[in-house]
Design a protein around this ligand. Structure first.
Ligand code: FAD
Length: 398
């Protein structure tokens, strides 16, 4: 069946069928608020200031029934289960993302390791969840990754810490393999990426012989990622493994530009959005072309790229539920893509952060900033929610 031509990302009835009227109203109001540039600027600055001076609790209280409810699963896996099960009723699975970020102490690394393992055990044998996400900066000190990337020698103490971190990561990967759960490794700043690429490839050699278990991430806003991807696929073909990769555009554009300017090297980020889009779409072409030895997660909110992926699958006569092709959007965003893909039989996931409210505040601030309107126009998410509010005739919410 020609499913891609039947796909309609404007179908808000399918997109929001999982939301009750109350949840739809809440999310509509939240997006109305965060669409206001001045409010988000003021709110995020105030929140960052209050966090810096140790007042996390009042912000957490304000966020829990609002942005947290819109963008996160819950305090813990138990709490998140309700949302996870609900998504699955609409053929949408969940990628679990333990949302605690930016920790540097040994006890934090242990906590993150335990949380990722707990998520893998939760996902084991569940239809609703088959992927767990991880950030290796939650398991290895950033400063060590930075040194490894720059090929600077580690001190004896750093070497010991690194070996310990590595063994933690290998433990997690083995558990994922044993439980048949895939593990996503997020990409972060370009100046720590090389050791992450090496580590993930090492893990793929161990665990991706038959199925895609370990996924690296390629940020196509980087000028060098398309050639990198081609090289990895060629190498994987030689090594007879599946090169699994989450394809994203990239989330650290400003930070990358600032550092490049400050340290006087060429900005690694593409010069234009169009160049990023071209490389993203080419990445879809080369990976889907080589799908026998690759596996991808089309992790994007971009409708054109999502549609292109479905068209390429059709051209290559791949079934909609091909085990090497996943789609994913963040929980609370682009439901029009996720649920319309799910309804058409594609393998689609919501990326769901969970954890204590006070620990996911930085994530929530990023979501608010991303959805604000710089030009004063109504954002895409808000427009879709408004269409559905109207369709359901919930006029008093407008
Ligand atoms: C499931 C999922 C997992 C993710 N995991 C990661 C991850 O591990 N690491 C990570 O960095 N990000 C990750 N992201 C975020 C992602 O990188 C993007 O920031 C976000 O999804 C927006 O891009 P888009 O493809 O959805 O769509 P679009 O809205 O079409 O693209 C916006 C993106 O285009 C790029 N861009 C914008 N303007 C320019 C410009 N002038 N020049 C060059 N490029 C430009 C930027 O990357 C920007 O984020 C993830 C996203 C999802 C949905």
């Amino acid at each position: 069946m020609d499913t891609s031509s039947a796909l309609n990302f404007n179908n808000t009835q399918i997109a929001f069928a999982y939301k009750s009227n109350a949840a739809l109203r809440r999310d509509y109001r939240i997006f109305q608020l965060i669409n206001q540039n001045w409010l988000v600027q003021f709110g995020t600055q105030a929140a960052s200031f209050l966090m810096d001076v140790g007042f996390k609790i009042p912000i957490a209280i304000g966020m829990k029934p609002t942005v947290y409810a819109t963008f996160c699963g819950g305090n813990n896996l138990n709490e998140a289960s309700e949302k996870i099960n609900k998504l699955y009723q609409y053929n949408v699975k969940t990628v679990l993302d333990y949302g605690v970020e930016g920790k540097e102490r040994e006890e934090d690394f242990i906590r993150t390791e335990n949380a990722i393992k707990e998520a893998i055990l939760y996902a084991a044998n569940k239809e609703t969840v088959d992927i767990v996400s991880s950030k290796f900066t939650g398991l290895i000190p950033f400063s060590i990754l930075e040194k490894l990337h720059a090929k600077t020698d580690l001190t004896a103490e750093e070497k010991t810490i690194y070996e310990k971190s590595k063994s933690r990561i290998f433990d997690i990967a083995k558990l994922a393999y044993d439980k048949n759960v895939s593990l996503f490794v997020d990409a972060e700043e370009s100046w720590i990426q090389q050791p992450l690429d090496e580590l993930t490839y090492e893990l793929m050699l161990l665990y991706n012989k038959e199925k895609p278990i370990i996924y690296n991430t390629a940020q196509l806003y980087r000028k060098d990622r398309l050639p990198f991807l081609k090289k990895c696929i060629e190498q994987a073909q030689k090594d007879n493994i599946i090169y699994a990769v989450k394809l994203v555009r990239g989330a650290y554009m400003e930070k990358e530009a600032e550092r490049a300017e400050k340290m006087n090297y060429e900005n690694p980020i593409q010069d234009t959005k169009e160049a990023t889009d071209n490389d993203y779409n080419d990445a879809l072409r080369i990976t889907i072309q080589a799908i026998k030895n690759t596996a991808i997660c089309v992790a994007t909110h971009n409708e054109a790229s999502s549609l292109l992926a479905t068209q390429l699958m059709q051209q290559h006569q791949l079934p909609t539920n091909h085990p090497h092709i996943q789609f994913s959007q963040l929980y609370g965003m682009s439901d029009n893509i996720s649920f319309n893909l799910g309804a058409a039989g594609y393998s689609v996931h919501k990326y769901m952060p969970y954890g204590p409210v006070k620990d996911v505040i930085p994530y929530l601030i990023r979501r608010a900033q991303e959805n604000t309107s710089v030009s004063g126009q109504m954002g895409r998410e808000l427009k879709l929610l408004k269409d559905e509010v109207k369709r359901r005739k919930l006029f008093f919410a407008i």
